[in-house]
Design a protein around this ligand. Structure first.
Ligand code: DC
Length: 222
């Protein structure tokens, strides 16, 4: 069974996907981590972020490996685990250069499909999982929340990591990423094809209960 969870940054999709995967005992694939890992490599190499060909070449040469378990996706670059390092605000600021590069997207989509084929069952999370990567997924969720709620969540996460960043900077970064994402690939799901959940006023436990309820209904029908 393939379960996709798509939504913008801070919508709660990562926590929801990880906890749902744990509940179902399925591997969890965090596809944002792949875009982040390429961004991390660009920063390491001080690449020219204005040069799409240089970016796609670096992405193609990066030895990116993923290890997906029921509660984690670990990412390594050339044998070094970068799973924590890719979470910084600096990396978040560079990821749009990666995400907007179609050559890199095609490369990462290919890797994601291969992982899906190899694992058979998984909970996968991103922006384009139900629309582009796994159009035949068994269950497709879209989670969202208001921009202010999402900025609050990201701010708390980054504060906990000791980052020096203001809530306004995060809100602006999210708004900028939303407009880029929405124009390019986010809204490709047809009405009725996905289950939409607004997490603005929901606790994570309520979100998980809702996801599990839908999966049980679908499993009951199979
Ligand atoms: O979900 P996240 O914040 O970790 O995602 C990091 C970046 O990667 C963000 O700019 C959106 C982009 N992304 C994407 O374009 N497609 C995906 N499937 C996942 C993430």
């Amino acid at each position: 069974m393939i379960v996709t969870i798509d939504g913008p940054a801070g919508s709660g999709k990562s926590t929801a996907a990880r906890k749902l995967a744990a509940r179902l005992e399925f591997p969890y694939l965090d596809t944002g981590a792949m875009y982040r890992a390429v961004a991390y490599r660009l920063i390491q190499l001080q690449a020219n972020l204005e040069d799409p060909d240089a970016i796609s070449k670096i992405a193609a040469e990066a030895n990116l490996e993923l290890d997906c378990g029921p509660t984690y996706t670990r990412v390594s670059l050339d044998g070094h685990d970068v799973s924590e390092a890719i979470r910084s605000f600096e990396v978040s600021k560079v990821t749009p250069c990666v995400a907007h590069n179609q050559v890199v997207r095609d490369l990462l989509v290919g890797k994601q499909r291969k992982i899906g084929q190899a694992l058979g069952s998984l909970v996968t999370e991103g922006r384009d999982q139900g629309s582009v990567v796994f159009p035949d997924a068994d269950v497709k969720f879209v989670v969202d929340a208001s921009l202010d709620r999402r900025a609050d969540r990201r701010f708390q996460e980054l504060m906990a990591d000791g980052e020096q960043v203001s809530r306004e900077q995060i809100r602006d970064n999210l708004a900028m990423r939303d407009s880029g994402d929405a124009k390019q690939w986010a809204p490709l799901l047809n009405p009725g094809e996905s289950i939409r959940i607004d997490t603005t006023r929901m606790t994570i436990a309520q979100v998980i209960d809702r996801l599990v309820q839908h999966i049980e209904q679908i499993r009951g029908k199979v």
